[in-house]
Ligand binder design. Structure first.
Ligand SMILES: Cc1cc2nc3c(=O)[nH]c(=O)nc-3n(C[C@H](O)[C@H](O)[C@H](O)COP(=O)(O)OP(=O)(O)OC[C@H]3O[C@@H](n4cnc5c(N)ncnc54)[C@H](O)[C@@H]3O)c2cc1C
Length: 398
């Protein structure tokens, strides 16, 4: 059985769902195919910090009502080193904020918005394949939840299926994929405890980073830098709390509160950029094309920024037949992606322990001191942390 639509979107993460909604608002139809079940997608704990730029976009497209009510509004973040806590207040320099609102909540809001439009959002879509992308009639096939093979003919395919999806495998073999692997991972927990500071905190300790963020007044999200080959089972709850407490000790705050751990994960840190994000009628968005280490909290925000640019380009073609913004999609989005890579690398390299050399720790400490003392350094960090402008508007209004 063959269906027709303008855009076939693969993946119902932030990139795919946001793109689907922006296209809907421009009168462009799409089908969103998701490999996982709806409950799995709604409950996946991942990112949690939204740039002001992302929140402005979500507001503009009408999906931020709950976010505006429930998100924690932050001015910057805390830095702790040498047992002393410092606040970097980026709001002071820009009047802008960061918003703490879990990725699962963003995704839930976007799923609800999609359902309200009545446009197709298909979960449990198995064995998705893409063909004919060198034509204007690309074909996407999948097996539905009842085991039937389905076929969709589209005008464009948006590959929003993350770093393990099928879309990125369709890129030509000469596509450059630039990778930097880091020798460590983040062991993450979600716990029923009060966050240690009012806004997220990075604690740079000579033995490694600990990160203390929050999802609510009694729900904390915390991370430990651990070696890349760490076995999660070797980390009991007691060991995790002991290490988090040790790395975050200070002379100006009470010790970290401990409590019930409700989720544990291990995420390797890596940086990846596919420097060609389109081929024929297939376009890559979000994690399908690039990964940033979580240190800078940029991944989800970049996914939304790519969706914005592709929405504009497809809107332009839809309204005028002009393909120029589609043709230049990669060139439009890559500069912002590299700014985010550069920011994430800067934070990653200063906050993490890379080896035994004491010279390395002194260099990092010198950099951390500048960040706490220099208003111009803070302004530069804040510009990117709170969100550089998106490369295009989301809607073509010409
Ligand atoms: C521990 C951690 C902390 C993070 N913290 C932050 C943060 O604070 N701020 C931030 O901005 N980012 C953060 N990130 C990154 C962020 O979560 C990702 O960058 C974001 O999810 C990317 O969105 P996406 O839509 O591109 O991809 P995804 O969210 O990965 O969505 C892809 C979707 O495609 C589906 N899919 C995959 N393959 C197929 C297929 N073959 N067919 C159909 N569907 C398929 C997947 O099931 C998934 O639903 C963090 C990530 C981790 C792991």
């Amino acid at each position: 059985m063959t269906e027709r639509c303008q855009v076939a979107i693969i993946g119902a993460g932030p990139a795919g769902l946001a793109l689907g909604h922006m296209l809907h608002l421009q009168g462009i139809d799409s089908v969103i195919l998701e490999r996982q079940s709806e409950s799995h997608v709604r409950s996946r704990v991942r990112a949690g910090v939204l740039e002001q730029t992302t929140v402005d976009l979500l507001t503009d497209i009408g999906v931020a009502e709950r976010l505006r009510r429930e998100a924690l509004v932050h001015n910057g973040f805390y830095l702790r080193f040498d047992r002393t806590t410092h606040h970097l207040d980026f709001h002071r320099h820009s009047g802008r904020h960061a918003y703490v609102y879990g990725q699962a909540e963003v995704v839930a809001d976007l799923i609800d918005a999609r359902k309200a439009t009545g446009r197709p959002l298909i979960f449990d879509a198995d064995d998705v394949t893409i063909a004919d992308i060198d034509t204007d009639r690309p074909v996407v096939e999948y097996t539905d939840v009842d085991g039937r093979r389905r076929r969709i003919e589209a005008e464009a395919v948006a590959g929003c299926d993350g770093s393990h999806g099928v879309s990125r495998t369709m890129m030509p073999s000469d596509t450059r994929i630039l990778v930097r692997s880091h020798p460590f991972a983040w062991l993450g927990i979600l716990a029923h405890t009060r966050p240690v500071t009012e806004e997220g905190m990075y604690s740079a300790h000579p033995d490694g980073l600990s990160v203390h963020s929050m999802r609510g007044p009694r729900l904390s999200r915390q991370y430990l830098q651990v070696p890349a080959e760490t076995d999660l089972d070797a980390w009991t709850d007691e060991r995790i709390w002991r290490e988090l407490r040790r790395r975050s000790q200070s002379d100006d705050h009470p010790p970290l509160e401990t409590g019930e751990i409700i989720e544990k994960s291990l995420a390797p840190l890596r940086s990846v950029v596919t420097d060609r994000m389109q081929t024929g009628s297939l376009y890559l968005l979000g994690d399908a094309a690039h990964i940033v280490p979580p240190t800078g909290a940029k991944g989800l925000n970049l996914a939304i920024s790519d969706a914005c640019a592709l929405s504009y380009a497809l809107g332009r073609r839809h309204r005028t037949g002009d393909r120029s913004a589609l043709t230049s999609y990669t060139d439009t989005v890559l500069p912002r992606i590299w700014q985010a890579q550069s920011f994430s690398w800067r934070l990653t390299s200063v906050l993490h322990r890379f080896g035994e050399d004491p010279y390395d720790w002194e260099l990092r400490r010198a950099r951390l001191t500048r960040w706490t003392q220099s208003p111009s350094e803070q302004q530069a960090l804040g510009e990117v942390y709170l969100g550089l402008p998106f490369p295009t508007p989301w809607r073509f209004d010409g």
